[in-house]
Design a protein around this ligand. Structure first.
Ligand code: ADP
Length: 199
């Protein structure tokens, strides 16, 4: 049973690594950004509420995000572990996740911080904007997302460091190399790949 969390600025490669780690450790990758985007695409009520915040590069209000994640973590596939990508992003979301886990008698195993400097992430997001055309990847919105990250999310890293669950990984370089750094750091913390993942 593995409960992981990925934290890092936009463009650090959380989504890319999350997909790989989910396979390696045999847990579902749960990305609040992806869930919001699919709600926007499908025109749900949640999507309609979230869209303006996302397009502006602001966090979707905690009330919506917390309700969404609570429902998602209650699903069967998350009972034996999960990898959260993009949640928690605020102090309130940390509190919510703590309460959820405590009420289920569990806790996070490791929080993986993906570290990448601003110039690199801006460059990566510029490239992604050309490739994928995500509505929040424009230059101006990217700059705002980075500000929101440093104001609201970066402080959470200290919180987790204080609980001794944090590992910090250099997110620069090849995707495979970053994955290898993460799996090594997790191995050192007693977390190994599942048979399903290493096959
Ligand atoms: P990135 O981390 O690259 O900015 P995400 O896909 O994680 O991209 O998030 C895209 C947008 O979705 C965010 O800018 C925000 O509007 C919304 N979002 C995602 N996760 C959360 C969250 N935990 N709390 C609030 N808003 C969120």
């Amino acid at each position: 049973m593995t409960r992981l969390l990925l934290i890092g600025p936009p463009g650090a490669g959380k989504g890319t690594q999350a997909a790989r780690l989910a396979e390696i450790y045999g847990v579902p990758a749960i990305s609040t950004g992806d869930i919001f985007r699919s709600n926007v695409k499908n025109g749900t009520e949640l999507g309609t509420k979230a869209k303006a915040f996302m397009d502006a590069g602001d966090n979707v209000p905690d009330s919506l995000t917390n309700a969404l994640i609570r429902d998602r973590l209650e699903e069967d596939d998350a009972k034996n572990g999960f990898l959260l990508d993009g949640y928690p992003r605020t102090t309130d979301q940390v509190r919510e996740l703590d309460e959820f886990l405590a009420s289920h008698g569990s806790a996070l195993d490791v929080v993986v911080e993906l570290e990448a400097d601003t110039e690199v992430v801006v460059g990566r997001l510029r490239k992604r904007a050309l490739e994928q055309g995500r509505s929040d990847d424009t230059e101006e919105v990217v700059r705002h997302r980075l500000e929101v990250y440093s104001e609201q999310t970066a402080p959470l890293i200290k919180t987790y460091a204080g609980r001794d669950v944090l590992v910090t990984i250099d997110a620069l370089g090849e995707v495979d190399a970053v994955t290898a750094r993460i799996t090594e750091a997790l191995f050192d913390r007693g977390i190994s790949a599942t048979d399903a993942g290493s096959r």
